[in-house]
Design a protein around this ligand. Structure first.
Ligand code: HEC
Ligand code: HEC
Length: 348
């Protein structure tokens, strides 16, 4: 016969429930990368069979780091894609992104939906031999690897992670309908050719990992409705590299500059990264210019465009993105400058 719950035990139980709610300490990341579940065999770095490899079509520029990315979805689960632009990942989802400079692994970043309310952020720093990685301090590691003569890569601290990863409705930034579209942009800066086995939207749909099913994403893979191929790559780059902060869900820092490309309801309208930049005066003035704000994108004039200026700058007060890189992205700048100079006509 079951023992009836005594009132004191009931009260304790309720207190425990309360403690597991809003006030409780968030779960801690495991102390080593090996314990996060990425590898079946940490000694040989053989990957766990349950992790899926993927390649976003508009990768984030991190001073030329070579990156590899994986996702783990709990067995039997699926991603809730009811809102095409804000995927809801099942509790237990894990994502990893490995950074290498000059062929040497330097850090592996980790994002884990540990509970319904907690996303855990961490980065793991590799030993020189590249055989194992341990949890980096909460504030990151300055100067972890050389990226160019006299310049070193910093491992971001956890607050830095959150600056980018918690400025939109979804913590996950690069595993999305546009980023995984099978209609990949051949002009995307630092585009990678798809490796065999990399999951795309079609693969997710085929494996039943999207809920509800999205056959339309296979029939008509998401694509930025741009005027020209070059403009498509420009808008995609801005969405992938800047849209984490510059989006409509982040009123704090964005001053009406919307660079995130949506695939859902607003599809078909003028891309926001065009509508809120071309010929639009912003709240930021190019040093030495006169007026209240410079045009974000001045048609025909890359040097008079605040957006181009800030992408090219690495002065802390000007640089965009404001954190995460020390070297401007030359390839992307050339693409954006060409678009502004050659494809946008100045008004007379
Ligand atoms: C400058 C903004 C920025 C900072 C700072 C940043 N990230 Fe990211 N991160 C991104 C973007 C954008 C992507 C998606 C594009 C890509 O993967 O290249 C991404 C991708 C990832 C991924 C793959 C899953 C995903 O969201 O697409 C992981 C894991 C990750 N970041 C973890 C971290 C952790 C942990 C930190 C801090 C130690 C961190 N990031 C700091 C912008 C940032
Ligand atoms: C980590 C968040 C973050 C990321 C990522 C980011 N920005 Fe910003 N950006 C801001 C904030 C906050 C402001 C407002 C304060 C300021 O002007 O410095 C801003 C302002 C701007 C402005 C001036 C807006 C205006 O008209 O007032 C431009 C232009 C800009 N960013 C361009 C970019 C570009 C281009 C990228 C990507 C290459 C980018 N940003 C990435 C946070 C971010």
């Amino acid at each position: 016969m079951p023992t009836p719950l005594r009132p004191a035990a009931l009260l304790l139980g309720l207190l425990a429930l309360g403690a597991a709610g809003a006030g409780s300490a968030p779960p801690e990341p495991p102390p080593t990368l090996a314990e996060t579940g990425l590898y079946a065999d940490p000694a040989t770095l053989r990957l766990a069979p349950s992790v899926l490899f993927y390649q976003p079509q508009y990768p984030l520029w991190t001073d030329g780091a070579a990156k590899a990315r994986w996702i783990f979805l709990p067995p039997g689960s699926a991603i809730d894609v009811s809102d095409p632009d804000a995927w809801e990942f099942p509790v237990g989802t894990k994502l990893w992104k490995e950074f290498a400079f000059g062929g040497r692994r330097v850090e592996t970043r980790f994002l884990w939906r540990a509970t319904a309310n907690d996303w855990v952020f961490a980065t793991y720093v590799w030993n020189d031999a590249g055989t194992a990685a341990i949890l980096a301090p909460v504030d990151g590691v300055a100067g972890a690897a050389e990226i160019a003569p006299g310049l070193r890569h910093d491992l971001p601290g956890r607050l830095d992670c959150r600056a980018c990863h918690e400025s939109a409705r979804v913590e996950v930034l690069g595993f999305s309908a546009l980023q995984l579209s099978d209609d990949r942009d051949p002009l995307a800066p630092h585009a990678e050719t798809l490796r065999p086995g990399a999951v795309t939207l079609a693969a997710l749909e085929e494996r039943g990992l999207l809920s509800p099913a999205r056959p339309e994403w296979v029939a008509r893979p998401p694509r930025i409705p741009a005027a020209t191929p070059r403009e498509r790559a420009v808008l995609g780059y801005l969405s992938g590299n800047c849209g984490a902060c510059h989006n409509a869900d982040n009123p704090a820092g964005t001053t009406g500059l919307l660079l995130r490309q949506l695939v859902g309801s607003r599809e078909g309208s003028v891309p926001p990264a065009r509508a809120t930049t071309v010929g639009v005066e912003g709240g930021w003035l190019i040093p030495g210019a006169s007026g209240h704000g410079s045009l974000r994108v001045a048609p025909g004039d890359p040097d008079g465009s605040a957006l181009v200026y800030r992408m090219a700058s690495r002065r802390p007060a000007s640089q965009m993105p404001p954190l995460g890189t020390k070297v401007p992205d030359r390839e992307a700048l050339e693409l954006v400058r060409g678009w502004v100079a050659e494809e946008l006509t100045p008004r007379r």
